[in-house]
Design a protein around this ligand. Structure first.
Ligand code: DSN
Length: 478
């Protein structure tokens, strides 16, 4: 980590300033650090950004409007934002070997919206304008515009189902993607719970999607993106990969060849705050062919860029270019394997029977628990996780039958094989000592849990030893 003494001074002074205006906010900031320091953070999508990344977010770049693109803004005085966005894009291109990078999306959903609309612009709008013999959509007459709007709404998307590990933004009804597109899902093999590429190909041949999406939030395995591209090419689809979860493993060169989406996909989206360990935000990478339409993210679906966040993305991407980051990324994957093995040897059922990325997905039904009960019992013992569906989950997306764990955050703290095996032991201790709680009617429900006496204390004590030996932001005093 960076110069900790300087970071301590910076935070102490910043908190003094915040305190003088709204002490409750300063208090919440202090207490968030304490909470993060004192719990086992196993949420697969969370991490700890460096002080350099965190400090870059809080400054006057936040106050500048800069709608438009680098060197082509709708506001005057954007020279510093141009520098920030250029550096972020340059690092992203070099780090991922991408032809084009767009650093403006504020989040993963924004990055996916930019990707969807850039694909629609390239594949649907462009040919329609050509047919009408005009360059700009404002030059279409009312009838042609109505035809184009209707065509946008007729397009199809094929993505991984939510219970197999796909993401809400991959075409599910509660999300705008499920309302914009006719959507179908591919799942995983019922026995192995692994992706069945032949089944994906068969679904693609039948459905003929405009967009084939690969990528996941809760699938504990690597994906063969070369095979996904073959499938997309065969049916004339655009291959979009959402690598939000595993961008750090791509940046750290743990996923290479067919497992690296960038050489195979037309468009790749990501968040920057998960395994990539940057600020909360999004990023789109694209081939030359899609670059001009991705570059229209603003005004297509975005407003003014968050220039302070783009600056922090640039700093995080600079960190991710280092040998130290590669070592970290490899440790994230190695630690996940240790964690999975720790569960398997203690008899816990894992979705797909293991992991080869940063995610371990427990099926807690054999403990007689829902994911919700398991999540609450673990939290009571100081272990922070999130419940998650398992394939064909009988308990649906709210109660679920699974708990998702990930190694990026604790690996950033320095946890290695011994600690992750111990983490598996502690999680098993909690789950095997938890029973469903009773509802108001006195019958076992799906939400409440009862953790046996003494378990929380012993798990807290064992965690505290590991957490103290691997401090978060060592030396940082508030
Ligand atoms: N919420 C993120 C996750 O936890 O995976 C995905 O958007």
């Amino acid at each position: 980590m960076t110069d900790v003494a300087a970071a301590s001074t910076a935070y102490q002074n910043a908190l003094k300033v915040i305190e003088s205006v709204e002490p409750r906010i300063a208090g919440a900031i202090r207490s968030e650090l304490t909470d993060q320091r004192e719990s086992l953070k196993l949420i697969a999508s969370e991490n700890y950004a460096s002080p350099a990344v965190l400090l870059t977010m809080g400054n006057w770049l936040s106050d500048k409007y800069a709608e438009g693109t680098i060197g082509h803004r709708f506001y005057a005085g954007c020279q510093n934002v141009d520098t920030v966005e250029s550096v972020a894009a340059e690092h992203a291109r070099e780090l991922f070997g991408a032809e084009y990078a767009y650093a403006q999306p504020h989040s993963g959903i924004d990055a996916n919206l930019v990707a969807f609309w850039s694909i629609l612009a390239h594949r649907i709008e462009g040919p329609e304008l050509d047919r009408a013999g005009v360059k700009n959509m404002n030059d279409l007459d009312e009838d042609a515009w109505e035809t184009l709007r209707k065509k946008f709404g007729e397009q199809r998307m094929l993505g991984m189902s939510l219970d197999a590990g796909g993401h809400l933004t991959h075409g599910f009804r509660p999300n705008i993607s499920g309302k914009m597109f006719h959507q179908r899902s591919y799942g995983t093999d019922p026995q192995s719970q692994l992706l069945d590429y032949d089944a994906v190909a068969a679904a693609a041949r039948e459905f003929k999607p405009l967009i084939l999406i690969a990528g996941y939030s809760a699938y504990p395995r690597r994906v063969d993106f070369a095979r996904m591209r073959e499938i997309a090419d065969e049916v004339g689809a655009t291959l979009m990969v959402d690598m939000a979860h595993f961008a750090g493993l791509v940046a750290g060169k743990v996923f290479t060849g067919n497992e690296d989406p960038v050489p195979h996909a037309h468009v790749v989206t990501t968040t920057t705050h998960k395994s990539l360990r940057g600020p909360r935000g999004g990023l789109v990478l694209a081939s030359e062919e899609y670059a001009p339409s991705v570059d229209r993210g603003c005004p297509m679906v975005l407003g003014g860029p968050l220039s302070n966040m783009m600056a922090a993305k640039a700093v995080a991407l600079a960190e991710a270019r280092t040998e130290e980051f590669r070592t970290y990324a490899q440790a994230v994957a190695d630690n996940a394997k240790t964690l999975a093995d720790g569960f398997l040897k203690r008899g816990t059922k894992l979705v797909t029977g293991g992991t080869d990325n940063h995610i371990v997905l427990l099926d807690v039904s054999a403990y007689g628990l829902t994911g919700r009960q398991a999540e609450s019992a673990l939290l009571e013992a100081g272990i922070v996780t999130n419940r998650n569906s398992v394939p064909s989950d009988p308990n649906g997306a709210w109660y679920t039958s699974g708990v998702r764990l990930g190694t990026p955050a604790l690996t950033s703290r320095g946890f290695g094989a011994d600690e992750f095996d111990r983490v598996a032991e502690l999680v098993v201790d909690v789950l095997s000592n938890t029973t469903p709680g009773l509802t108001a009617k006195g019958v076992p429900g799906k939400a409440k849990h009862v953790l046996a006496d003494g378990v929380s204390d012993r798990v807290h004590a064992a965690s505290a030893e590991m957490l103290e030996a691997n401090p978060l932001y060592p030396g940082l005093e508030l």
